[in-house]
Structure formats: C-alpha cells, structure tokens
Ligand binder design. Structure first.
Ligand SMILES: C[S@@+](CC[C@H](N)C(=O)[O-])C[C@H]1O[C@@H](n2cnc3c(N)ncnc32)[C@H](O)[C@@H]1O
Length: 252
C-alpha cells in the first residue's frame, strides 16, 4: 500500500556550537576610544572655530579627544562613569576591552567599511595611540577637572555650560542595553548642559541598522521644543555609520 504521509526529513546533524552571531557581541559598554582626528570626521568638526569654546565629550572613555583638543586651545572636558577609577585600573580596562573589541572586529569583517583606515590593524594602531594619550593626560589632568566621573541620564554640570556637547558610541550603539525611555532622558540631559548643539554618532546599532526608535525619539523631542537633524558625514567605520544626529533647543 502507498504511504499516506511523506517520511520525516532526515534529522540535522547535531551542532556542537551555536552559529556565530552576525553582529558584534558586546556584553558591557566597552572602554574603547578614538582620536581627535576621528572625532573631527564623524562629528564634522571645524576645529579652528572651536578654539576657546567649551566642549563636553560625554561617554568619552579612553578617547584622546579632550587631551588633543586642549593642546589646540579648545576648552574640552570629558565625562565617563569609569573616571572614578584609578589610572592603573583604567589601563587594565583598556587592555581587556581592546582585546575583546578587536577580536570581535576581526571575526566579523563584513560589518566594517573602514572608510578612514586601510585595515583593522591600522584602526587598532590608531585607537591604541588614543588610549595611550588619554591615560597619560588622565594621570595629570583629572585633578584639574578635565576628566569628570558621571553618567547619563544625569550629568554633574549646570544648564547651558558648554558651547558644544558630543557623545559618540553610546546612544543607539548600545540600544539592546538601554531602552527607549533611557535614550529620551539622555537626549534631554545632553541638551540641558548645552548652550548650543549636541552631536550624536553613530545613529545605528552594532548590526549596522538604523536605531529602531529614531522617528519616535525625534517626535518626542520636537514636542519638548528640541529640534533634531540627521546629517550625513564623510565617515563610515561600521556599516551604516555615515551620519550624526544634531540636537538643538528650538528657538521659542
Ligand atoms: C565605546 S566607549 C566610546 C568612547 C568614545 N566616545 C569614542 O567614541 O571613542 C563608550 C563609553 O561609554 C561609557 N558609558 C557607559 N555607560 C554610560 C552612561 N550611562 N553614561 C555615560 N557614559 C557611559 C563607558 O564607560 C565607555 O567608556
């Protein structure tokens, strides 16, 4: 007699390991940083125009932006929750987080465009230089207030303290860790401490996809008289990271 049902498909061979995730796996916010040259690209900064201006770098990590900006006459301050730690603790954090992040990058080359670098090795060398400059500067300048311990969504500064507020590789990048309400509160807080603009980069997650809550975030901010503009920049490191979000209190 013919069979009434098709025989079951052969069982898949057992898989000993799960397939590697196509996106970066970042179990915690990485203490990983970039140079002023890279900031200038992804924030489209006119460095000459920033001389004698007060600039705040939020979630600054081991970036050398504040150290390098001050040598150019820009009054830059950096804030990060890790700045309550000692220089030795931060050096150890750099070692651990750089090793993890670079291994992730090398395992998923398709996620990267590397527009400003010839290779991941070149990007690594540049970012290690950033961390070295940061660690040297942190040691001498933290006592003068250039490096401040603090975290979003509450920053330890008065309203309108800074002409320009920058925040890179925290909002949107770590959307899996921080929910929509946190992003909204963080944007409000960044605008509160700024007398001018806030610039955020990138506007995508570690999977290269635009932040899913972006349209809603911009609507909510507009309701609170905070104007937002998505601006393309001449930079792309992660796939999809070629833009910044500019926030400004709208004129009443
Ligand atoms: C990937 S690093 C980015 C460093 C730098 N902005 C850059 O783009 O090179 C992210 C930083 O965000 C900091 N961070 C984590 N949670 C934060 C929060 N709630 N508020 C501010 N910074 C935070 C981490 O300590 C880390 O140094």
């Amino acid at each position: 007699m013919p069979a009434l049902t098709a025989p079951p498909p052969p069982a898949a061979p057992p898989r000993r390991f799960p397939p590697p995730s196509p996106q970066l796996e970042l179990p915690a916010v990485a203490f990983f940083g970039r140079t002023l040259a890279e900031y200038a690209q992804f924030f489209a900064l006119d460095l000459a125009a920033l001389r004698h201006r007060d600039v705040l770098d939020v979630a600054a990590g081991p970036s050398s932006f504040a150290a390098e900006a001050n040598t150019r006459g820009i009054d830059a301050v950096a804030v990060d929750p890790c700045y309550t730690q000692s220089p030795d603790e931060l050096a150890a954090l750099v070692e651990a987080d750089y090793a993890h992040m670079l291994a992730q990058m090398r395992a998923r080359p398709r996620l990267f465009r590397l527009k400003s670098f010839s290779s991941i090795n070149a990007a690594e060398a540049d970012r290690r230089l950033a961390a070295q400059r940061f660690l040297t500067d942190f040691e001498t300048q933290r006592r003068y207030g250039r490096y401040v311990g603090g975290e979003l969504p509450r920053l330890p500064f008065f309203d309108g303290t800074f002409d320009l507020v920058l925040c890179a590789h925290l909002l949107f990048t770590y959307a899996a860790r921080f929910d929509f309400e946190w992003h909204l509160a963080a944007c409000r807080e960044l605008v509160r401490v700024s007398a001018g603009e806030v610039r955020l980069h990138p506007v995508c997650g570690v999977d290269g996809k635009p932040y899913a809550g972006l349209a809603r975030l911009r609507r909510e901010l507009a309701r609170e008289a905070i104007a937002s503009e998505l601006v393309r920049v001449d930079y792309e490191f992660f796939v999809g990271s070629g833009s910044m979000l500019v926030l400004k209190r709208a004129a009443l």
